[in-house]
Design a protein around this ligand. Structure first.
Ligand code: ADP
Length: 498
């Protein structure tokens, strides 16, 4: 029996998961890495540390499964998106710490671009102009690090996102490693045209980036090459899938038809909706992105909306207010009252993301009475997670004209059944959680397995799909009508505040 391996290189940790034919987890290992914070607004990772962790998690997961690299039919990579680094193709070493997606050091550079540049970037890439994406990070590396400048001049510099770094290292590094990325990761750089799926000359010029240092853009599912037998697999295994983390979760959730949508509930929320072969350009504050591209088939696109504060509002109840001591306690506390008692909580701690994009908004708790308790506040916090998610989904429906009938979910908060029931009632649709909650790693495994014929096609994968839990919307629930109206009133208070 052979297996599929999936390397999930995330923001806080790196994991390797081994899946079997039915998509079940055989073994896994995970290692955290340091968050390097040199100054306010700067966030870096040590790419060497991540490479060491990558080798270790692969070795240990193989050991735990009692198999060798040769037992893997293929491996896939999924990764934290946008995080960017430069390395030396001869020494195989990073030339600077990786600049993480959260890093805002390049805001001033972006502010200095012309309105015409902004328009081109927006139209061609489907993204907003933000330091979050890779383009301005690469510009920073090229203009602020003498080592990188020097390496570019002498033709030794390679630049890429985390997928590229890991793929290059796994396929041999300075002994002929492949310098590649996939369309989903490339679609987060501000440098790729969504239509051509290639690096765009005008965009490269705006950011001052020579194309020679960039990886080749590949599909998300094909045999790119093989791992170096001298590396952690100890064998030549087909490297056959690459997807950015949110897109990988879409594939792992089998959101493969137009209209299919998933939300990952973590510290913040990420919602993506498949728009098929259509590029939907947003006028409602959503991002347009590549969802996946399987081999020679046409690319599938998605629109994406993120909510900055969801799980972190629960952390705030725990750490700042001290009304719970563990995140999981919020459910029982909220359940101890039958409704929110008229209390609405808008956790706009650092502004609001989609669909509002107001960095100046600040949080509010409204509707307090003498009878309000911490339980009402806990309930209001859970409702806020769901109302914010509905705001994004409503914006998506306006954009695509597609009305959802159900939504697939994953992430830490989905353990909270009350929250998921509130979500169903607030949106008026069913909420579905799959058996395998590791959807991010599963997506890259699916992409790799499809490429090598380990699975016959997406129909076979659909046959494996199993629902762990479904929360049904109660018809005409008051939270959907009056509750949502009150939420919107509360929301205006946070926008009025500034
Ligand atoms: P991330 O991948 O962003 O680190 P996770 O998927 O691990 O996030 O989810 C962690 C977040 O979920 C934390 O912000 C935590 O406050 C929240 N959380 C965890 N368990 C619960 C729960 N039972 N109810 C509500 N929120 C929860």
């Amino acid at each position: 029996m052979r297996y599929i391996g999936s390397l999930d290189q995330g923001t806080t940790s790196t994991r390797f998961i081994i899946f079997d034919e039915v998509g079940a987890i055989v073994s896994q290992h995970q290692l955290e890495h340091r968050q390097i914070l040199p100054r306010a607004g700067w966030v870096e990772h040590d790419a060497s540390e991540i490479w060491h962790a990558t080798q270790e998690v692969i070795r240990v997961a193989l050991e735990r499964a009692n198999i060798s690299g040769a037992d893997l039919a293929a491996v896939g990579i999924t990764n934290q998106r946008e995080t960017t680094l430069a390395w030396d193709r001869e020494s195989g070493m990073p030339l600077h710490n990786a600049i993480v997606w959260q890093d805002t050091r390049t805001q001033a550079f972006l502010d200095g671009l012309t309105p015409q540049a902004h328009n081109s970037i927006r139209y061609k890439t489907g993204l907003t102009i933000a330091p979050y994406f890779s383009g301005s990070k690469i510009n920073w590396l090229l203009t602020n690090c003498p080592e990188v400048e020097q390496a570019v001049k002498s033709g030794r510099a390679l630049v890429g996102t985390m997928d590229s770094w890991i793929a290059w290292k796994l396929t041999g590094g300075h002994n002929g490693g492949l310098h590649i990325t996939d369309v989903t990761n490339a679609s987060r750089t501000l440098l790729m045209d969504l239509e051509t799926l290639q690096w765009d000359e005008e965009l490269l010029a705006i950011f001052g980036i020579p194309i020679s240092i960039l990886p080749t853009i590949k599909s998300s599912s094909e045999i790119y090459g093989h791992t170096d037998a001298a590396g952690p697999f100890g064998a030549e295994v087909a490297l056959a899938g690459i997807l950015g983390d949110q897109q990988s979760a879409m594939v792992g959730q089998l959101c493969l038809e137009p209209g299919d949508s998933k939300t990952t509930y973590g510290t913040g929320n990420f919602t993506l909706q498949n728009t098929g072969e259509q590029i939907v350009r947003s006028s409602h504050g959503l991002l347009t992105t590549v969802c996946y591209k399987f081999g020679d088939q046409p690319a599938r696109y998605a629109i994406e909306g993120s909510v900055a504060v969801t799980g972190s509002a629960i952390q705030w109840l725990r750490d700042q207010l001290g009304i719970i001591s563990h995140a999981s306690e919020v459910e029982a506390l909220a359940e101890s009252v039958s409704d929110n008692g008229g209390v609405y909580f808008v956790p706009a701690f650092s502004g609001l993301f989609a669909p509002h994009w107001r960095s100046d908004a600040r949080g509010a708790i409204v509707g307090l009475t003498r009878a309000a308790t911490k339980a009402h506040l806990a309930r209001a916090a859970l409702e806020a997670i769901c109302y914010q998610t509905r705001d994004v989904l409503d914006a998506m429906a306006q954009e695509t004209g597609l009305q959802l009938t159900q939504m697939r979910v994953d992430g830490g908060i989905t353990a909270n059944s009350l929250c998921m029931q509130l979500q169903a009632n607030i949106m008026g649709i069913d909420i579905i959680r799959p058996v395998i909650s590791e959807t991010t790693a599963l997506g890259a495994a699916y992409a790799a397995g499809l490429a090598v014929g380990y699975w016959s096609g997406t129909d076979e994968l659909r046959g494996q799909w199993q629902i762990a839990k479904r929360w049904q919307a109660e018809p005409d629930h008051p939270l959907r009508g009056a509750g949502y109206q009150n939420w919107q009133k509360a929301l205006t208070r946070t926008l009025d505040w500034v």
